[in-house]
Write a protein that binds this ligand. Structure first.
Ligand SMILES: C[S@@+](CC[C@H](N)C(=O)[O-])C[C@H]1O[C@@H](n2cnc3c(N)ncnc32)[C@H](O)[C@@H]1O
Length: 259
């Protein structure tokens, strides 16, 4: 099993700098997602009705979104009755989230911090959620114990990530889509850096992820493997629809704090 990493590593300021640069590109998709009547997930925008990512009852639940970006997931949660909090490492992303809050007249706290060291007391939340936020930009050996700390007993952790299969088949060149053959080893997968890109991502194999979650007192409830509709589109070049119809390119983990 991979060695644990404690504290916040040098990837946190590197990823903060990267997201300050990229934030402007996320304003228009953020607006579209805020405006959407129903939640939809991941790079293909698969509907909540098809995925069942969210808990059925969010009324009065305390939720925290770890790596909220423009804040649309928290907006969906708030509209369903949750007391939502969004946390993000990038001031620029949070500035967009604040503008969208004003635009839609829906306000909830936005916290500028790293999800690896969240400024909240233990057992403050019923739901911790992340869609391509802390779930890929933070070290899982740091953010998952931190998310477990934030949750009350019986609370749920839900997070969406690139699938393991995608991470093994996507070429280093960022304009090339995932291949139909394995390009890198599965064993030891953890930290990913791409040529010409200063950001750092983290992705674990399934066995390591299950052991990590269980080691944090989180019982795995589900692993949703997302499949886009035949006519789905995406703005991202790293996977084709043909590929994603054959293999899952995204997965959603659901785990509940049991101890
Ligand atoms: C792709 S956005 C996620 C938001 C939205 N769900 C989306 O898919 O556009 C990734 C976000 O993770 C944030 N992030 C990166 N590292 C983080 C950290 N250590 N703590 C909290 N947020 C972080 C970035 O600032 C960015 O806003």
């Amino acid at each position: 099993m991979l060695a644990a990493v404690s504290g916040t590593g040098e990837h946190v300021p590197r990823n903060r700098a990267a997201w300050e640069r990229w934030a402007a590109e996320y304003a228009a998709p953020g607006l579209r997602n805020w405006a959407a009547a129903e939640p939809s997930w991941g790079i293909w925008g698969i509907s909540e009705a098809h995925t069942g990512v969210l808990p059925a009852d969010l009324e009065g639940r305390d939720s925290i979104e770890l790596g909220c970006g423009t804040g649309y997931v928290s907006a969906w949660l708030a509209r369903r009755g949750a007391r939502a909090v969004g946390l993000d490492n990038s001031a620029a992303q949070l500035a967009t989230a604040r503008q969208l809050q004003d635009h839609f007249g829906l306000r909830f706290p936005l916290i500028h911090a790293s999800a690896e060291q969240a400024p909240f007391a233990s057992a403050s939340f019923d739901l911790a959620i992340s869609e391509y936020g802390a779930s890929i930009w933070c070290d899982p050996y740091t953010w998952i114990p931190e998310a477990a700390r934030l949750l009350r007993l019986g609370g749920q952790l839900i997070f969406l990530v690139n699938s393991v299969l995608l991470m093994l088949t996507v070429p280093d060149a960022d304009d090339q889509p995932a291949a139909e053959r394995l390009l890198r080893p599965y064993f030891g997968m953890h930290r990913f850096e791409w040529p010409d890109d200063e950001s750092v991502e983290f992705h674990l194999g399934h066995g390591d992820m299950i052991r990590l979650l269980r080691g944090c007192g989180l019982e795995v409830e589900d692993l949703l493997e997302l499949r886009p509709e035949p006519d789905a589109t995406t703005r991202y070049p790293f996977v084709t629809l043909e590929w994603a119809r054959k293999w899952p390119c995204e997965e959603v983990w659901k785990a509940r704090k049991s101890s």
